[in-house]
Design a binder for this molecule. Structure first.
Ligand code: SF4
Ligand code: SF4
Length: 381
């Protein structure tokens, strides 16, 4: 079959299975990305969640030796929550980032890519495909950029002309030849809003991200969060949307095309206090459908302690004391102590002092000292 005709057929078919944008590129090496990844590695800017070697991440034929093309897909997700529940002084709420609202996008995009693969295999006998979403070796963004899905913003997101950067990306390497699309001719120009708005200075320069400073990555870690980031965390429980929210290209962008991505509001913007005591079972039932639950409840609970400190929520003090005294996980006990110090009621300080006489873990004791230091600094000021 004529390659252009096949491409047109696939574009048409993609619209019928809930793919909002599709682009095609070659299976050539991602030369620029290779350089960038090496620099990222040398500077220690990687998150550690990356899969594969630099070669595997930039040379499609290492993943599929007979590769000729890569098909990139994009699916839009909402940026606004309908009837968003509001936090109150007694019931503060945290927030999951938009990309984790609704059903885990890995599941949805894999489904779409499987359908696309089945269609291609039916049309072209001998077609071979290999699909990836986020966790594969290839960079979804580099593929999307080269396949004309959007341009790469200084916030490191792919910005599409139609849906802004609120899109999920996935791709499929195949042995079928398709005429490649051209990259989108656009750029951020002089704008630097995202760089200025990033709370931790993680966007080192336009298009380069230091993942080790990015709240999106840091909310997913399981250890203690460094104090400089705790104070910037706000009420984020998972991920960070700031550099997308401030982007002028996302102004008025809010697509509710796919039912799967509509948030369950009580899960996407949950109450913080119940999060502290949620059981594994409850966590799975309530948050298990979201991509933001992939690291389990520990990072989310740690972030909830920090968010309660951010709000200085006095009503949470008894629950936080209980965590500090009884939780078997040092990260939770220590972060609870820090959080209590930050909230700073007499009851909170007294509880830290009492707990210090029993605590054996050095890291937790260190956090307790930090918690009590807030008392000293409050007395001085
Ligand atoms: Fe900065 Fe948040 Fe964007 Fe990360 S996600 S670069 S912390 S604004
Ligand atoms: Fe580009 Fe400005 Fe958007 Fe940043 S905020 S990605 S600089 S357009």
């Amino acid at each position: 079959m004529d390659a252009q005709q096949l491409k047109d057929d696939i574009i048409e078919y993609s619209k019928t299975i809930g793919i909002d944008k599709i682009g095609f590129t070659t299976a050539d090496i991602f030369t620029e990305l290779k350089e960038r990844l090496r620099t990222q590695q040398e500077l220690g800017y990687q998150s550690g969640f990356e899969k594969g070697t630099v070669e595997e991440r930039t040379e499609p034929t290492r993943l599929l030796p007979q590769a000729q093309s890569i098909v990139a897909i994009a699916i839009a997700y909402p940026s606004r929550m309908k009837n968003a529940p509001k936090g109150t002084k007694e019931e503060r709420r945290g927030i999951f980032c938009r990309a984790s609202w609704g059903t885990d996008y890995h599941v949805v995009l894999r489904d779409r890519l499987n359908k696309l693969a089945a269609y291609m295999e039916e049309k072209v006998p001998g077609a071979v495909t290999k699909s990836m979403v986020d966790t594969g070796e290839l960079s979804d963004r580099a593929v999307a950029e080269r396949a004309g899905i959007g341009f790469s913003g200084k916030n490191c997101a792919i910005i599409t002309p139609e849906f802004g950067s609120y899109v999920y990306l996935g791709e499929m390497i195949t042995n079928i030849y398709f005429p490649p699309d051209s990259p989108v001719e656009d750029s951020c120009g002089d704008c630097r809003k995202c760089l200025d708005a990033c709370p931790t200075g993680a966007l080192v320069q336009g298009g380069q991200l230091n993942a080790q400073r990015c709240l999106s990555f840091l909310t997913q870690t399981k250890d203690f969060m460094a104090e400089e980031f705790r104070v910037e965390l706000g009420n984020r429980l998972y991920g960070c949307d700031t550099c997308q929210q401030v982007c002028p290209r996302n102004k008025q962008i809010d697509f509710h095309i796919h039912e799967e991505f509509e948030p369950v509001n009580e899960a996407a913007k949950p109450k913080l206090k119940p999060m502290l005591t949620v059981s594994n079972r409850e966590f799975k039932d309530k948050f298990g459908h979201m991509s933001g639950s992939w690291r389990g409840k520990k990072p989310i609970q740690r972030n909830a302690l920090i968010a309660l400190a951010h709000f200085k929520d006095k009503t949470a003090v008894p629950s936080i004391i209980q965590i500090m005294n009884e939780d078997p996980r040092p990260v939770m006990r220590g972060t609870a102590a820090w959080s209590l110090g930050k909230i700073g009621t007499p009851e909170a300080y007294a509880a830290i002092e009492a707990a210090m006489t029993k605590e054996k873990d050095d890291n937790v004791l260190f956090e307790m000292e930090k918690g009590l230091a807030f008392k000293t600094s409050a007395a001085i000021h």
